[in-house]
Design a protein around this ligand. Structure first.
Ligand code: GLA
Length: 476
């Protein structure tokens, strides 16, 4: 007969959880980003809008980033936990300086990047930057040019430049001639340059390879790609590997389905082991990125355009360097309902994904802001275990997802992918409890306790494309 009582069990479990948190083995040992990054990024709303003459408040320039930093502090975003201001593409001058260094566009960033970083830091926020592995970024601006390990001398100089600006985060995209077949060597190389350089300036940098497959189906690229999960978990804090997100429902729904990794059409059985890696690779300091949030990216401006990823032909905003579209000011605007915005936010929290706001927080509607500032949902995303939520039930579009938390409770999302309102049953055994556990249930979206239940609960009236989010804790 076991003499181990509940208190001893709690102790052992807590010790085990703590060891998980502090053991960085096989992870990028840079001590930052232990839980998913919370912040804001420019691409989702402002794309490559570089016409500051016609659109001075919304163009990619220091004015935009300073006003976003101000808003993060003034409007409670920082208090809710969001602390990264991430500049995405199109900040660069068209050409490198005469000495070969990468420089910001001087009319849009007249004070320079170091000054902008200092401003962001003075607000108690962190400063994120963007480049790409190939010769140019996806927007056509100068990038690292590290196409293979023989060509990385420019990249060494660029890494030093970025570090001298005081960055806290770097996204390294995959465009132009970036040669994905060399990523298994070029990304570890660039990651190490940042790791070593950051030690010298005592400012650790989150490393984020992006677009390691810019496609809806990673498996198309052959057997080497899936094996990259383990590699990236050793050299990166987070990485993107799905098509670009757009502010349309279809994209949110597709990403949710992809992250479930249990669908034989997109996840061939021959890659079963790799899919297990995909589902289990997250840990403190390591998490996967399904792209920034589109919640709040509403159509409230005459400059709004339906905004889709590069090249899909159905709508565009920004354009690449020198293209005709760059003369037309634009904002990238979406069509999500409030219900769908909440689902975007809750599911990204369940994935243990970075929560990067992609909306104009200076003019965001209160309904969207309230969704994105829900502290109980953010707490699930920020749980120190960094467990990537997984789908455990999916019948006729009614889904149950679970995410284990460090205190042994479990966050659950009940997601209705259908077009009509539905009730979704939750069987506690499906999410890790026994059928005689007494389980306390809290509704994290509405901040209410739903009492103690045994075996199961049914959540009624979950709207089409909507979610409920619960926290389940055993009553000892
Ligand atoms: C790619 C990335 C996007 C964005 C753009 C910038 O498409 O996937 O997230 O950074 O490039 O050009």
């Amino acid at each position: 007969m076991s003499t181990v009582g509940p208190i001893a069990t709690i102790f052992v479990v807590t010790l085990f959880s703590a060891l998980l948190i502090i053991d960085p083995s096989n992870a990028l040992d840079n001590g930052v980003g232990l839980t998913p990054m919370l912040g804001w990024m420019s691409w989702m709303r402002f794309r490559c809008n570089v016409n500051c003459k016609l659109d001075p408040d919304n163009c990619i320039g220091e004015k935009l980033f300073m006003s976003i930093a101000d808003t993060m502090v003034r409007d409670g975003w920082k208090d809710a936990g969001y602390n990264f201001v991430n500049i995405d593409d199109c900040w660069q001058a068209d050409e490198r300086a005469a000495d070969g260094s990468v420089v910001a566009n001087s009319s849009r960033f007249p004070s320079g990047m170091k000054a902008l970083g200092d401003y962001i830091h003075s607000k108690g926020l962190k400063f994120g930057m963007y480049s790409a592995m190939g010769s140019t970024t996806c927007g056509g601006y100068p990038a690292l040019g590290c196409i293979s390990l023989d060509n990385c001398s420019m990249a060494q100089r660029d890494v030093a430049t970025y570090l001298s600006w005081g960055i806290d985060y770097i996204k390294v995209d995959s465009c132009s001639d970036s040669n994905s077949s060399n990523f298994n060597t070029t990304h570890p190389y660039i990651s190490k340059l940042f790791l070593d350089g950051a030690k010298k300036v005592s400012r650790p940098v989150i490393y984020h390879p992006s677009g390691i497959t810019l496609t809806n189906n990673i498996w198309k690229h052959g057997p080497k790609k899936p094996q990259q999960y383990k590699l990236y978990s050793k050299i990166a804090n987070t990485w993107r590997h799905y098509a670009d997100m757009g502010p349309v429902w279809d994209m949110v729904d597709k990403i949710i389905d992809y992250w479930a990794a249990d669908n034989n059409e997109t996840h061939p059985v021959s890659y079963e082991n790799e899919w297990e890696d995909f589902l289990t690779v997250s840990k403190p300091g390591v998490y996967q990125d399904p792209d920034a949030l589109v919640a709040g990216n509403v159509n409230n401006s005459k400059e709004c355009l339906p905004c889709n990823p590069y090249g899909d032909g159905t709508g565009f905003c920004g354009g690449t360097k020198g293209s005709a579209q760059q003369n037309t000011p634009c904002l990238c605007c979406g069509t999500l309902s409030s219900t769908e915005e909440l689902t975007n936010f809750v599911m990204w929290a369940m994935f243990a994904a970075p929560l990067e706001i992609g909306a104009d927080i200076r003019s965001i509607p209160d309904t969207s802001a309230n969704i994105l500032k829900n502290v109980e949902v953010i707490a699930v995303n920020q749980d120190p275990l960094v467990y990537q939520g997984r789908r455990v039930y999916n019948v006729n579009g009614l889904q149950v997802w679970k995410k284990h938390l460090v205190d042994d409770s479990v966050a659950v999302a009940l997601y209705n992918a259908n077009t009509t309102t539905a009730s979704i049953p939750l069987i506690f055994e499906d999410v890790g409890f026994t059928d005689c556990d007494r389980v306390n249930i809290r509704d994290l979206i509405n901040h209410t306790d739903l009492g103690t239940h045994i075996n199961s609960i049914v959540m009624p009236s979950i709207p089409s494309h909507g979610v409920a989010m619960l926290k389940l804790t055993v009553e000892w």
